[in-house]
Design a protein around this ligand. Structure first.
Ligand code: ARG
Length: 274
């Protein structure tokens, strides 16, 4: 019995030693690299937002992921993508420990800029309303009196709040967009407000749902997505440059065409770039 315990102890010790060496060597390579040798970055996302990021056969894929890969190559970083969910993503980027940055169709706005840094913008977006057959919506104002589903903590939530009021009991906030759309399918809400590209993608892939859509440029402003960093991150400068370069050298257009079949309006993006 005693022998067995000691044996187990030994195995544990060896295991620990191995683990510690692994950590140690990792640190050493990061430490001695100097400024031009880059560490491996961890990029957080919420992979429930097709076509930007979603799960396919156990892997995170999407426009954002292809774009991220191009930008990482341009900036010279190795990276891993970590699917951690939307609300946790903001906490994780702010904390700066679990992830180094985020990509997730994240809209750049003044509110978020108080807590985070953003790269140059890489995608223009606006909001759209998606609803079922029995519902009649012609503009955002018709949302008044209806039950609205949004993803919690998104600019879609803000867009809905602008119409029906902050803290309106008619707004149901879901953990992710997939759950919000499921609620619409099941009739728990009358409409979902979310990013236009996501709505279009859903409708295209799910004709059996017979969902209808409405855009409303008078009520829903244009917004831009950016890579998100902790405040004062030293990564921002590298990625501002890389995002701009990938857009200017045509790589962005190639990826965009692959996903959307059309030419992107890169002028709109570059106008906003630093
Ligand atoms: N663009 C919106 C925002 O920033 C929604 C993004 C949601 N992204 C996601 N992967 N769930 O608030």
């Amino acid at each position: 019995m005693k022998k067995k315990v000691r044996g187990l102890f030994l195995v544990l010790m060896i295991g620990m030693a191995g683990f510690m060496t692994a950590c140690g060597s990792d640190e050493a390579s990061g430490g001695e690299g100097g400024s031009d040798k880059k560490e491996k970055l961890v990029v957080g996302t919420d992979a429930a937002f097709a076509p930007f990021e979603y799960m396919d056969k156990g892997e995170v894929v999407g426009f954002d992921i292809d774009f991220l890969d191009a930008v990482m190559k341009e900036a010279g970083y190795e990276y891993d993508v970590k699917n951690i969910g939307w609300d946790p993503l903001f906490a994780a980027v702010q904390g700066g420990k679990e992830v180094d940055m985020g990509i997730s169709g994240i809209t750049i706005n003044d509110d978020r800029k108080e807590t985070f840094d953003f790269s140059n913008p890489y995608f223009e977006s606006t909001h759209m309303i998606m609803f079922g057959e029995g519902t009649d919506i012609k503009s955002a104002n018709d949302l008044k009196g209806l039950k609205i589903g949004v993803q919690n903590g998104t600019t879609g939530q803000e867009a809905a709040e602008k119409i029906v009021g902050q803290n309106s009991p008619d707004i149901s906030k879901y953990e992710n967009n997939v759950v919000a759309i499921t609620a619409l399918k099941q009739g728990q809400v009358d409409a979902v407000v979310t990013d236009n590209t996501v709505v279009n993608e859903y409708v295209k892939n799910n004709p059996q749902d017979n969902f209808k859509t409405v855009e409303d440029p008078e009520n829903f402003e244009s917004e831009f997505y950016g890579l998100m960093f902790p405040k004062d991150s030293k990564l921002k400068a590298d990625f501002d440059k890389a995002v701009k370069e990938v857009i200017e050298n045509g790589t962005y257009a190639d990826i965009y065409k692959e996903w959307f079949g059309t030419e992107p309006n890169t002028d709109a993006l570059l106008e906003q770039a630093e």
